[in-house]
Design a protein around this ligand. Structure first.
Ligand SMILES: C=C(O[C@@H]1C=C(C(=O)O)C=C[C@H]1O)C(=O)O
Ligand SMILES: [Mg+2]
Length: 451
């Protein structure tokens, strides 16, 4: 499939590598291929170095194989966003580009100051990768970008050969769950009580508390299988996977953090939840209830107010609808307010991410106090859960989702995460039930599609 262009590309790379540029990035048009077959084809040669991303509207899908360059930051302050931005600019400026240019994909941790758990050890405060091979599918067109830094051309030829074997008939493997454990369930319920006390005493107004579900499996989890299940089951979601060493962070999130294209940018307020109904009638009743429920409207309003203010500081023409609507996913419906704006001169996607993360949908309000409260009372390390994950291209355009409805996969185990917004009148039992609904997308994909 790549072979038609293989010799031409290798020759091109050979020529430009002679110029000793820091990175060479060449894009060629490819035949149509399912991006998941491309992801699966990297299983052996690029295991631990793959990523997958598709946006809510399937406008763009990216699959990365191999690491041409890795940008990492262990910085525990907001400097991490600027460090990544600086390094990315340097790479782009020093690159020889033919075609669309390189793109990097990665994410940030939720809170670098939180004591880190062993299972998140491969996920630092920030990490982005520029893949050796990037497949881009945009509408009906498919492109392959090859980014080369250190690899010898010999290795590259071998890698391209291996991609030639993609036949679009990958085998998928399902594995059985052998153990399911609600981690620190009682501590989480106590934390919710604690949070409502803090809110009622006026210390804080909203705080989001998350908990963990641990699963172990009879066999190795097939990441391509899980991605395919997510793609089939969770329409209108960002589907993502980021492999790092032996683990893979994966999910299907309905929540956009920010998208930037030139000066135009979008973000979204998503908070307030209820399950889907079993019948259309029940579903509509639940939706109407959600739109009018005081507790959920409060949860949502904190997010709208904060995002509107943050955007007004760096944008013009900020448009925020006055009332939320419903966003209905397979298992859950949310209150939703989309926001559009035009960035001021010199405002990068990194500064938007820095400003927005975490919104009160994932942190709380006021921001600093909420993050500190989470750090102190939440019985888990969020790692990259609930944090920004996404891509940035050579022109500084890109998109980030909020990495919820997600799990960290090891070989035979999975850590699933789900949280909910606690406000003054939150009832721990209903919040607990809300997290159960939010675990469903990952559970269904991992359990092999049985509901
Ligand atoms: C924290 C999560 O979801 C967030 C919390 C919501 C809520 O409490 O109503 C709704 C959407 C998300 O912003 C999660 O899914 O883990
Ligand atoms: Mg909620």
């Amino acid at each position: 499939m790549v072979t038609l262009y293989q010799n031409k590309v290798i020759d091109q790379l050979r020529d430009v590598l002679k110029k000793k540029q820091h990175m060479v990035s060449v894009t060629i048009k490819m035949e149509q291929i399912d991006p998941l077959d491309f992801f699966a084809a990297g299983e052996t040669l690029f295991h631990g170095q793959r990523f997958y991303w598709s946006d809510c509207l399937y406008e763009r899908t990216f699959v990365g194989l191999g690491h041409a360059h890795v940008i990492k930051s262990e910085e525990k302050t907001k400097k991490r966003f600027r460090e990544v931005e600086r390094e990315w600019k340097q790479i782009v400026e020093g690159a020889f580009i033919e075609g669309q240019g390189p793109l990097m994909f990665g994410g940030f941790s939720f809170d670098p100051l939180k004591q880190s758990d062993e299972h998140w050890s491969e996920y630092p405060a920030a990490q982005f990768v520029v893949p050796t091979f990037l497949l881009t599918k945009q509408r009906d067109e498919t492109w392959l970008t090859i980014n080369v830094v250190h690899e010898s051309l010999g290795q590259l030829e071998e890698m391209i050969d291996s991609l030639f074997h993609i036949r679009g008939e990958s085998e998928w493997h399902r594995t059985d769950v052998v153990e399911k454990e609600e981690v620190a369930r009682d501590r989480w319920i106590r934390a919710v009580h604690h949070a409502t006390d803090l809110i009622q005493s006026g210390m804080i107004e909203k705080v989001v508390l998350a908990r963990e579900l641990f699963l172990s499996f009879s066999h190795r989890i097939d990441r391509s299988y899980v991605l395919r299940a997510l793609r089939e089951q969770q329409s209108m979601s960002y589907i993502f996977a980021f492999e790092n060493g032996s683990t893979c962070f994966i999910g299907a999130s309905p929540e956009q953090l920010v998208r930037k294209n030139g000066h135009m940018c979008e973000t979204a307020c998503l908070a307030g939840s209820i399950r889907r109904g079993h019948t259309i009638k029940e579903d509509e009743e639940l939706g109407r209830w959600l739109l009018q429920d005081d507790k959920n409207r409060r949860e949502h309003a904190f997010v709208v107010d904060m995002i509107e203010q943050a955007m007004n500081e760096v944008c013009t023409e900020v448009f925020v609808p006055s009332e939320p609507t419903l966003l209905k996913m397979r298992h859950i419906q949310h209150l939703y307010t989309p926001v559009q704006a035009k960035t001021r001169e010199g405002i990068s996607i990194f500064s938007l991410v820095e400003r927005l993360h975490p919104t009160p949908a994932l942190g709380g309000f006021p921001k600093e106090k909420a993050v500190q409260t989470i750090r102190e009372i939440e019985p888990l390390d969020r790692g990259w859960y609930a944090a920004p994950i996404g891509w940035v291209d050579a022109n500084g355009n890109g998109e980030f989702a909020v990495a919820i409805r997600s799990a960290l996969l090891g070989d035979n185990e999975a850590h699933l995460f789900a949280g909910c917004g606690i406000v003054a009148h939150s009832d721990p039992h209903s919040e607990y039930e809300e997290t159960n609904v939010k675990f469903k997308p990952m559970l269904l994909a991992l359990e092999g599609g049985r509901e």
